[in-house]
Design a protein around this ligand. Structure first.
Ligand code: PLP
Length: 398
């Protein structure tokens, strides 16, 4: 009994990246659903979640898939096909993001051109972005990293002047906004992740969002083998007439994947979405408190902040690497989980080595060597944040 209790206390002393985000009400919704239906593959709940998400996100169309990575793959494949991009055409991408923001570019036969990031909002170094545009550039693939909204007016100005497509990866930034307009509504198409550690979860899951009906229709096809029957029912009779030699049930209009999600994920998504605004508020309150606590260490830490943030995590950016090493030792001793800033400098990751030298991306290199984050979520609050004070004293003295 005593041992069980002390183990319990030990567990409580951990500060995980994410905790039991699925609450009893979410699990009840799932159990009730399982008990009352026998159709679990993509069906009415998926449609209902897509509609609810479109309404929350304030976009016209959403396509629920099995991960944020799949959402990026579908988005890139759809864009290449609809815009008629050729193999080898270029997409500008940030040197710090998640790997499956970049790999779909390569998997679709396009070439990623890496651009350094900035240390204010973690998106592109905007001057470098402008310089990187070349004759074969077709798109700018923005990542709104760790909840910070990128400077979309600036990016759109660069893109607009050269006829480039703007795409947004919002997998870490649900609800971040610029002047009240949520990220994901500033380009042609955007993606979200509902993986466990993110602002809300469907366990695994992602969304492709757009206001463009043609992109939406192709995303529906790509999600599910290219099957014609995935398109809205009103289009079926005409498609059937156009292809009388093929059974409409197995009529394939394009190449595709199978990256569908299930009714289970959608039921969880509907339950979680009701709480998303509250989760974001909590995360942002934590983030503000976190910055107040860190303010005393300004001489040692960079403290980026920006209106419209939807905090993904609590980042530490050390001016000097040895301080960070000391801090990581303190975190390990206290059993506080930490991670690098997403993929770090991606030019250091083996699949991307052919695309550039790490040293040519100094801000990405700084984030790679001098920065880390700990978890922020609705389970973090003032009491837990206060635990940072002694850790910071131990790291910096004072
Ligand atoms: C910026 C970014 N893009 C894409 C993804 C991929 O999402 P998923 O893990 O759902 O595949 C992630 C995952 O964390 C991410 O952080």
């Amino acid at each position: 009994m005593k041992r069980a209790k002390s183990r319990d206390e030990e567990r409580r002393s951990l500060w995980k990246l994410q905790e039991d985000i699925l609450e009893p009400a979410d699990l009840d919704a799932l159990v009730d659903f399982i008990r009352t239906t026998s159709r679990f593959t993509q069906f009415v709940k998926v449609r209902a979640f897509e509609e609810a998400w479109s309404s929350w996100q304030n976009c016209r169309y959403s396509v629920f898939v099995n991960s944020g990575s799949s959402a990026n793959l579908v988005m890139m494949s759809v864009m290449k096909q609809t815009r008629g991009w050729a193999d080898g055409d270029e997409v500008l991408v940030p040197a710090v993001t998640w790997v499956t923001n970049i790999t779909p570019v390569i998997q679709c036969g396009l070439r990623p051109v890496f651009v350094d990031v900035n240390l204010q909002d973690f998106s592109f170094d905007y001057d470098a972005l402008e310089r990187a545009v070349g004759p074969r550039t077709r798109a700018i693939l923005v990542t709104h990293l760790i909840g910070f909204p990128a400077d979309m007016p600036r990016i759109r100005a660069i893109a607009g002047a050269r006829g480039l497509t703007v795409l947004e990866d919002c997998c870490e930034s649900h609800g971040a906004h610029l002047g009240g307009v949520k990220v994901g509504n500033h380009g042609s198409c955007s993606t979200f992740s509902f993986y466990w550690g993110h602002h809300m979860t469907t366990v695994e899951g992602g969304m492709v969002c757009t206001d463009d009906e043609a992109l939406y229709h192709l995303a529906l096809l790509k999600r599910s083998h290219g099957l014609a029957r995935e398109l809205p029912a009103r289009l079926h009779p005409e498609l059937g007439r156009e292809h009388p030699d093929v059974d409409f049930n197995f009529l394939f209009l394009t190449d595709g994947f199978n990256v569908r999600n299930t009714e289970f994920g959608a039921v969880l998504g509907l339950a979680q979405l009701r709480k998303l605004d509250g989760y974001i508020e909590k995360r942002n309150a934590n983030h503000r408190r976190f910055l107040e606590i860190l303010a005393a260490y300004r001489e040692h830490l960079l403290l980026p902040d920006k209106p419209g943030v939807s905090s993904f995590c609590l980042p530490f950016l050390f001016r000097e690497r040895p301080r960070m090493e000391r801090f990581l030792g303190v975190l390990r001793a206290r059993r506080i989980e930490f991670r690098p800033i997403i993929g770090g400098n991606l030019l250091r990751q083996p699949p991307f080595a052919p695309f550039g030298r790490p040293a040519d991306f100094p801000n990405a290199e700084f984030l790679h060597t001098n920065a880390c984050y700990i978890g922020n979520n609705q389970f973090v609050g003032p009491t837990r944040l206060a635990r940072l004070r002694p850790l910071l004293r131990e790291t910096f003295g004072g």
